[in-house]
Ligand binder design. Structure first.
Ligand SMILES: [Zn+2]
Length: 455
C-alpha cells in the first residue's frame, strides 16, 4: 500500500504514468537534457566524492553519473559548468510541524493552504526537498497539499498523531492529536487515519515533566499493532530510556527524538542491534541554546536575512543571550553523547528538527541546515551528517526517488560554493537548488519575501 501511495505522490513527475498527471499535463517523451560538469559530487551514501564529476539530468531525473570527460553529452544537451563547486543531494527533514507558525505568530488559525505552501518554499530555499509533518496535521488539508503537483519541497504527513487526551504536542498544536483512553478507541482511530494513507503514524510517549499523562503501554501496543496491520510504521516522541526500550519491545519503527533523561546503555544498543530498521531523528536544533551556550556566529550569515525579518533575527539572537543554567548544558552534553553513541553503533540516524513546533521556532529551512552542524558537534563526520540528512531521511520517509545522486533518482540537488566535507557550514553556502531537475528561483522567492523582512 505504501508503495502505491508513493507512486501517486511522486507520480506527477514521472511523465505519463500517474493518475495525477492525467488530464492536466501531457506526457513528455523527451525534454530538456543538461550535462553538469566539473563539480565535486557528494553522492549522499557515504561513498567517496567524485572530485571532477559529470552528470546528466533529463527532465526531472539523473540519467548518468560519472567523471568529467568520461560522460558523453547526449545530443542536444545543454552544458552547465560547475567547476569549483560542490554538489550534494537535497536535504530531507523528517520531523517538522507546519501551519502553526507564520512569522512571529504561533496559532492554529495560521493553518491554511497559503501558510503550508509558503513554508514549503522556505524549506526549498535552503535546499530541503521534502519534509514530514510529524503528527500535527489538521483535517484533510495536509493530505490534499501532499498529493498536489507543484514546485517547492515535497510535503509528507503523519496526519493526526496519538496521545492520551489533551496530552500530545504542545499548545497550540495540542488538539491536533487523537486523544485515546481504550485499546478499541486507539484501533478505531488508526483505522480511520489509515484510510488517508499517512506517511507514518506519530505517537507521544512523554509526561512532559509530570504535567500530562503519558500514553499507556497497552494503548501504544494497540496503535502499533493496528498500524502494522495497515502496513503503516509508527514513530514515537520519547524522552526517557525506559520508554524507548519498552517501545522497542512493542515493535516501534522509529523515534522522533533521542533519549534525553539518561545516558544510553548497552541494553538499548543491543536491542537496536537486533532491529536495524529502527531509526531516530535527533532534533538537536531544539536544544540549540544549551548546545551553543552563547550566540553563534552564523546568526550574521547573509542567507538568514533572505528569509527572516529583522525582528525574527533579533529574537533568535537574543534567545542565545541569557546564560543557560549548568543543568541544561549538562543535559545537552548528554544528548550529544547519546547521538554520538547511536552513530558509533551504526544505528540509522535521519535528519529531523522539530521546526515549526514549540521548541523549533519558525526557522524553516535554516534549522534543517543547522541540524547538520549540530550532528557534527555530536561526533558525526560531515559525510555522515550529510548521509543522515539525505539518504537516511529519504529511506525513513519511504521516498525512494530522493536521498542520493544516482541514475534514475529525482534530480534534487544543491550546488554549493565550497566543500561541505571540509566544513559542514559550507552546506549553507548555496549557489543553486534544483528540485525535480528544475532550478529553484531563489532570487524570486527572496524578492517575494523581501517586503515583510523589514518589519
Ligand atoms: Zn515534534
Amino acid at each position: 500500500m505504501r508503495s502505491r501511495r508513493m507512486m501517486l505522490f511522486c507520480g506527477f513527475v514521472v511523465a505519463g504514468v500517474s493518475l495525477l498527471n492525467a488530464g492536466n499535463q501531457a506526457p513528455r517523451a523527451a525534454g530538456p537534457i543538461t550535462l553538469f560538469e566539473g563539480a565535486r559530487l557528494i553522492v549522499g551514501d557515504g561513498s567517496a566524492s567524485i572530485e571532477s564529476s559529470a552528470f546528466v539530468v533529463q527532465n526531472d531525473r539523473f540519467t548518468t553519473i560519472g567523471r568529467k570527460g568520461q560522460v558523453q553529452p547526449p545530443a542536444g544537451a545543454v552544458r552547465v559548468d560547475l567547476g569549483g563547486k560542490s554538489v550534494m543531494p537535497a536535504l530531507v527533514d523528517a520531523h517538522v510541524h507546519l501551519g502553526y507558525r507564520k512569522g512571529l505568530s504561533f496559532t492554529a488559525d495560521n493553518y491554511t493552504r497559503e501558510t503550508l505552501l509558503d513554508t514549503l518554499d522556505r524549506f526549498a530555499y535552503y535546499g530541503v526537498a521534502a519534509v514530514l509533518e510529524a503528527g500535527t496535521g489538521r483535517g484533510d488539508l495536509p493530505f490534499q497539499v501532499r498529493n498536489e503537483a507543484r514546485s517547492g519541497a515535497r510535503y509528507l504527513t503523519a496526519g493526526r498523531g496519538f496521545a492520551m487526551p489533551n496530552a500530545g504536542p504542545g499548545v497550540p498544536m495540542r488538539d491536533a492529536a487523537y486523544g485515546v483512553t481504550t485499546e478499541a478507541e486507539a484501533r478505531k482511530y488508526v483505522e480511520k487515519l489509515a484510510a488517508k494513507r499517512p506517511d507514518l503514524i506519530k505517537i507521544w510517549v512523554d509526561d512532559r515533566n509530570r504535567t500530562v499523562e503519558k500514553l499507556k503501554p497497552n494503548l501504544y501496543r494497540a496503535i502499533i499493532d493496528e498500524a502494522h496491520k495497515h502496513r503503516l510504521r509508527v514513530m514515537a516522541h520519547i524522552a526517557n530510556l525506559d520508554d524507548a526500550k519498552d517501545l522497542l519491545r512493542a515493535g516501534i519503527d522509529g523515534f522522533s527524538h533521542v533519549v534525553r533523561d539518561r545516558d544510553i546503555d548497552e541494553e538499548l544498543l543491543a536491542m537496536l542491534e537486533q532491529r536495524r530498521h529502527v531509526f531516530f531523528t535527533e532534533t538537536l536544533w531544539s536544544e540549540r541554546r544549551a548546545i551553543y551556550g552563547s550566540k553563534p556566529a552564523w546568526i550574521d550569515e547573509p542567507i538568514l536575512t533572505a528569509t527572516f525579518s529583522a525582528e525574527e533575527l533579533r529574537q533568535l539572537a537574543d534567545s542565545f543571550a541569557p546564560a543557560v543554567p549548568e543543568e541544561s548544558q549538562a543535559s545537552a552534553r548528554r544528548l550529544l553523547r547519546n547521538v554520538g553513541k547511536l552513530n558509533a553503533a551504526g544505528v540509522k540516524l535521519g535528519l529531523g528538527t522539530d521546526t515549526g513546533g514549540v521548541s523549533g521556532g519558525q526557522y524553516f529551512g535554516l534549522a534543517s541546515q543547522m541540524e547538520l552542524e549540530l550532528l557534527v558537534k555530536a561526533g558525526l563526520t560531515p559525510a555522515q551528517a550529510i548521509t543522515a540528512a539525505t539518504r537516511n531521511s529519504a529511506e525513513i520517509l519511504g521516498l525512494d526517488q530522493l536521498g542520493t545522486v544516482a541514475a534514475g533518482k529525482s534530480a534534487d540537488f544543491i550546488v554549493l560554493d565550497a566543500n561541505p566535507l571540509d566544513d559542514i557550514a559550507n552546506a549553507r553556502r548555496i549557489s543553486n537548488v534544483y528540485l525535480r531537475g528544475i532550478e529553484l528561483n531563489r532570487a524570486g522567492l527572496k524578492a517575494r519575501w523581501a517586503p515583510s523582512q523589514t518589519r
